[in-house]
Design a protein around this ligand. Sequence first.
Ligand code: 13P
Ligand code: SF4
Length: 344
Amino acid sequence: MTVAPERMDLPYTPEVAAATDHLYASIAKTVTRAEWELYAPYVARIQTLKRERNAVVLAHHYQTQEIYRCVADIVGDSLALAQAAAATDADTIVMCGVHFMAETAKLLSPNKTVLLPDLEAGCSLADSITAADIRALRARHPGAPVVTYVNTSAAVKAESDVCCTSANAVAVVESLGVPKVIFLPDEYLAAYVASKTKVEIVTWKGHCEVHEKFTADEIRELRTMHAGIAVLAHPECPPDVCAEADFVGSTTAMLDYIKGAKPARVAMITECSMAGNLVDAFPEIEFMQPCNLCPHMRRITLPKILRALETMSPQIEIDPAVAAPARRAVERMTQIRRDGAAAA
Ligand code: 13P
Ligand code: SF4
């Protein structure tokens, strides 16, 4: 899927420069002055509208730098964004992420306006499973609770006992105190969880179209080319990729690893915008990796964020009959502590 480039034609004026110059410093290493003069008028207008609308912008680690560093109020992984959505006292949440993240925000803040700048920002994992599939799995495994990755639709969450993210998946599975769990839809995250627990895991054939592209050969090649490189992999990667990594964890767990271990060279085996967002913050670290981009995350752009705040659309709405059980599954997750992710 390709996303058509957008026209960015708001003028770069002295007023815009005065309002935004301090933000440019945070991305100056990787964004040219010419690019910045296209972004800055949007950044300035978005900042003004955020105040006028009492809006908060939440951005996932996979968003582009001009969004992540210059308009987001809170950045994080799927779990952190869900927690932030539940805690904010803003009237409006703008989700710079994908559809399931905006739905999760709406489930946790039903009385707030939740805007997703592009409703087409989907996810291959969310598309891989339906509510009917879960009912069929339950019939095949009577009594086994269903743990559902947040990368799913509200209708799928509504059929689940509890949700999880990659940051707390093992903790959620173990919190149930049962010998067998249906864990879906990510086959590879399920394999990672199975490697960390004695609980029997029944899974599904869903994959992240970004993480499934990484190969163990690529990692071995990286190690040959860059001696001493720390390889951090997301658990949505295939099991042979995770097995080659020094550390496996959610996007925030990878960030915490970097902050703690301060490796000289890092390969983050995940969506490559994440490393781009860290380059300026960690100038002493060399980031290198194969670059796989999520086309859904890329749908969110400054012009679309601005349009969303101007028009207060597109808004996320969830059928109340679906929202109530889906909310229960998400809230049950938020009551279980993040496990911090374990070393591979
Ligand atoms: P986390 O940020 O929860 O690690 O998830 C990664 C991802 O692929 C989200 O779409
Ligand atoms: Fe979905 Fe993968 Fe994109 Fe995350 S990176 S939104 S899991 S397709």
